[in-house]
Design a protein around this ligand. Structure first.
Ligand code: GTP
Ligand code: MG
Length: 437
């Protein structure tokens, strides 16, 4: 049977929940920014002696303009963050590489990763890194270069190096996911500072366990610490190196049952991050990161990866060395493990995008509401004051008119009286004159 491993298209990906929500909230903040700017312009245009607005009120609206700018900046940097933890050599870096479909992070036997490495999308198509002790961008084009840059730094194991990688091959990076790799939790005494510095803003945690052994106390204790600081963190458990089970098929089912039982106990009863056993079962996967990575790299190169049949057909075209590599990769049960890894990715994408929308945009929404509310209050108070002023002005105008009316009437009366008096006087004078004649 053939196996389709084409990447989920952007439209189907549950990560789009976050991507779309981010665009929407950014558009809304664009409108809020215009509204605040308009209000500010209007308030500043009011006559200085009008008493319509206080200095404090003006400051409130003006400072909101700055706040909105700040929020839009934070928003443009908001992303979904997933952090990977586990003991040394369990395959944390390999899991991340397989999710990214490319060998980006250095991996290997022994203690490889010696500080925190965050991989995110690069906005200009270049690959570079920025370490915590400087603001310089260091260009990196290959894993060996990256490994070299990481080794030469004198950073402690809690330090963070940010790797920016082109998004063309990695749908996760294109959709705003950043993946954080960590050193083995068994090699550091600094677990508290790890949590302070790298875990508090993570949306999802992936515990990369080793299915060849069992969940260890160091791994459990680390997650106890994490869950005491965060309420109900989202935890996935990958039982990695499950390809090893292929060599012992007779114990496979039993081992799987035992691992599942213990991991579910851990998530439900001990860590209490899952409410039911069936919910916890959806968070536990048996995978082989190494196989998935190799398959995806082959697929990218256009090599068939999926069946022995295809390998046989390859004899004429591909060198025996490559055939060997491919054959080595396809241990029994490869398809099942591959599908399980895809299943993990799907559930992980759903979980992380929903959780990030809730935690990140909820805060922005609340702050946005407060900003718009405050500005509206100032404008309402202004409207109120203006209408009071208008009423009092109207009142005094009416009083003046009444007064004028009254005066006019008085004048009329006076004029009539005067007229009478003058008439009388004229009559009297006429009378006197006629008598004298
Ligand atoms: P540190 O960085 O040292 O903490 O280790 P890590 O957890 O990042 O492990 P890494 O990814 O470096 O893998 C360690 C070794 O295990 C490498 O040689 C990998 O190729 C190998 N490996 C990783 N995943 C698997 C797997 O699923 N199956 C097998 N067989 N080997 C694996
Ligand atoms: Mg590593």
């Amino acid at each position: 049977s053939s196996l389709s491993i084409s990447p989920t298209t952007a439209l189907q990906s549950p990560l789009q929940i976050f991507v779309r929500a981010k665009k929407r909230i950014n558009d809304i903040y664009g409108e809020v920014e215009l509204y605040i700017a308009d209000s500010c312009k209007f308030l500043l245009s009011l006559p200085k002696d009008s008493d319509l607005i206080t200095k404090d009120e003006l400051v409130v609206v003006d400072s909101h303009g700055e706040k909105v700018k700040g929020i839009r900046e934070v928003l443009s940097r908001d992303h979904m963050k997933v952090a990977f933890f586990g003991r040394t050599s369990n395959g944390k870096s390999t899991v991340i590489n397989s999710m990214l479909r490319e060998r980006i992070l250095p991996s290997g036997i022994g203690h490889t990763t010696n500080c925190f490495i965050q991989v995110g999308g690069s906005e200009n198509g270049e690959s570079y890194l920025i370490s915590e002790d400087s603001t310089d961008k260091k260009n990196v084009n290959s894993v060996s270069q990256l490994a070299h840059s990481l080794c030469t730094g004198s950073l402690g194991d809690s330090a963070l190096v940010r790797v920016y990688w082109p998004t063309d091959k990695c749908p996760l990076l294109r959709d705003d996911v950043v993946l954080v790799d960590s050193p083995g939790i068994d090699v550091s005494p600094n677990l508290d500072s790890w949590i302070d510095r790298h875990c508090l803003d993570a949306d999802v945690f992936v515990l990369v366990a080793n299915s060849e052994s069992t969940l260890m106390l160091t791994e459990k204790n680390f997650f106890f610490k994490v869950s005491s600081r965060l309420s109900k963190p989202n935890v996935f458990v990958l039982n990695n190196r499950w390809d090893a089970s292929a060599s012992e098929p007779e114990f496979l089912e039993e081992v799987r049952r035992q691992h599942l039982l213990r991991t579910v106990d851990f998530l439900v009863d001990e860590l209490k991050v899952c409410a039911t056993r069936s919910e916890a079962e959806q968070r536990v996967f048996f995978v082989s990161a190494k196989e998935v990575l190799q398959a995806r790299i082959n697929e990218f190169k256009g090599l068939p990866i999926n069946s022995r049949l295809n390998l046989n057909q390859l004899w004429d075209t591909v060198s025996p060395k490559i055939i060997d590599i491919l054959a080595g990769m396809i241990a029994d049960g490869f398809h099942g493990r591959y599908f399980e890894f895809q299943d993990f990715e799907r559930k992980f994408e759903e979980c992380i995008s929903k959780s990030a929308v809730r935690t990140k945009f909820d805060q922005h929404t609340k702050r946005g509401k407060a900003i718009v509310g405050d500005t509206r209050n100032v404008m309402e108070v202004l409207l109120e004051r203006a209408s009071v002023k208008r009423t009092t002005k109207c009142q005094s105008r009416r009083e003046v008119l009444d007064h004028l009316d009254f005066t006019e009437k008085q004048l009329q009366l006076v004029t009539v009286e005067m007229k009478d008096k003058i008439c009388k006087m004229v009559e009297e004078v006429e009378h006197k004159v006629s008598k004298a004649l």
